[in-house]
Ligand binder design. Structure first.
Ligand code: 9WN
Length: 460
């Protein structure tokens, strides 16, 4: 006689489902952002993923960061993609044969054993390493985790501060929209318009095999991305001569947050963190000086393409400064979520933090009113499109960063509401890559790595 068997109800809590996404995207030494769209290791994705993974497996979280840092170049840059050699070349564009890291990157010290891209992404890594350590200090100490990653993280920050101060005013510039991570943000429209696109027939986009064309960057955008990356590669990834250089608020704010984290890591390792905290302070002052717009109540990008660092301003002014003491280059008048992210900085002047909170909930971003999560771009901006990638949709990493910022600056009610909205939307969309900021409708891939990881982090 058959025994009646009542299987237990499947455990489908958000926690369990997020853990399953991270399990499914784990490749053995790192996690892919998405099995379909992004089948390799991405730099800032890995940092966010490690922040969530630490709650499931501190060992895997440590490994995630160690794998990425093992692909670091001799000059200190951490590449934005580490390619998985077992994935077919045509699964993602641009593939290793485009970047040619082991040949074109030789002068900059690209590794010989792994293939990588030659550009970078926002430096969230020291912050992630510190948070991963804190999840299990015993395991971290036993494995010498921080001692192993510290010199690599220090070299990474050194690369950015020494080779990428292209505006000459102490901040780091990105040389490609992919570096900042918000690929087709309207902030890049003006500086990109000067770039002659590579002919459409010279490359084949793989993203359109998996993503809807109307949710992705356009072919014209891609032509320009390809041109910029090709030129950088053909200069053997030497910094300083490119046609595109922009100081971005989020990229620099993440560097500052990571520099504070690096100070803590140094202290944990028995060294002094004072000089690093002081450097983070100086960077915060430069960020405010160069990118804050008091009239608009937020930070903006500064286009420093063509401004040569180290060349004194006319009439012998300071590098990075025009006669009269004004910073050189122009602010780009587009409101991006990037301009709110400095809220995450602990020592931001109080009035600036308070203004940023107001801007976040005002008509341009609508948080707590018309929008569920923070849109990537100005709701009232001419280029706003609720579905097109970084031109309006809400993303989970930026909302997570703002949740931290709101909490840090004592905005508990708003932080709690944003936390609930992030968890609800991650749950309802099967961990979407990005969503319509008004309706929460899923766009792009589902089962997306950092969405699952950051939801997990907020559950703890
Ligand atoms: C180019 C992986 C990455 C993210 C970026 C996001 C997108 C790549 C692409 O995917 O960029 O790096 O092919 O569109 O814009 O932020 O890191 O998830």
């Amino acid at each position: 006689r058959e025994i009646a068997y009542d299987p237990p109800a499947p455990d489908t809590s958000l926690h369990v489902r997020a853990a399953r996404v991270l399990e499914a995207n784990w490749t053995g030494a790192s996690t892919v952002p998405s099995r379909s769209l992004y089948p390799h290791q991405w730099s800032w994705d890995s940092a966010f993923i490690a922040i969530g993974l630490r709650h499931l497996s501190p060992l895997r979280a440590q490994t995630e960061l160690e794998t990425l840092l093992a692909a670091q170049w001799g000059d200190g840059r951490v590449p934005h993609i580490v390619f998985n050699p077992s994935v077919p070349l045509d699964a993602y564009f641009p593939s290793p044969d485009f970047w040619r890291s082991s040949t074109a990157g030789r002068a900059a010290g690209a590794p010989r054993t792994v293939q990588t891209s030659g550009i970078v992404q926002p430096p969230v890594h020291a912050l992630a390493a510190w948070l991963v350590h804190c999840a299990d200090p015993g395991l971290s100490r036993a494995r010498g985790f921080l001692a192993g990653v510290y010199p690599r993280l220090a070299a990474w920050h050194r690369y950015l501060l020494h080779r990428r101060d292209l505006g000459g005013g102490g901040l780091v510039s990105v040389v490609h929209p992919w570096e900042q991570g918000m690929d087709n943000s309207p902030c890049w429209d003006a500086p990109l318009s000067r770039i002659t696109p590579a002919p459409a027939r010279s490359f084949r986009r793989a993203d359109l095999d998996h993503g809807a064309a109307e949710d992705r960057p356009t072919d014209l955008d891609y032509g320009r991305y390809v041109r910029l990356a090709t030129d950088y590669r053909d200069r053997e990834y030497a910094d300083g001569d490119g046609e595109f250089a922009v100081e971005d608020p989020a990229f620099n704010a993440l560097l500052i947050a990571s520099e504070h984290a690096l100070a803590r890591i140094a202290e944990e390792l028995g060294a002094a963190g004072t000089a690093r905290h002081a450097r983070a302070e100086r960077l915060t002052a430069a960020l405010t000086e160069r990118l804050w717009d008091p009239a608009e109540g937020m930070f903006f990008c500064r286009d420093v393409s063509g401004v040569r660092a180290g060349s004194p301003g006319e009439e012998g002014g300071q590098p990075g400064t025009a006669p009269g003491g004004r910073p050189r280059g122009e602010l780009i008048p587009e409101r991006s979520v990037s301009g709110l992210i400095p809220l995450l900085l602990p020592t931001l002047p109080r009035d600036i933090a308070a203004t940023l909170v107001r801007t976040t909930s005002g008509p341009h971003f609508g948080l707590g009113g018309t929008t569920r999560l923070v849109p990537s771009y100005d709701l009232l901006g001419e280029a706003f499109d609720p579905h097109r990638y970084w031109r309006g949709p809400a993303w989970f990493n930026t909302s997570w960063l703002l949740e931290r910022g709101l909490r840090l600056h004592g905005e508990r009610g708003r932080a709690d509401a944003l936390r609930r909205a992030i968890l609800h939307t991650a749950d309802a969309t099967d961990f979407a890559e990005y969503v319509d900021p008004y309706t929460g409708e899923a766009c792009g891939a589902t089962g997306f790595g950092w969405t699952a990881a950051l939801a997990l982090d907020l559950l703890h």
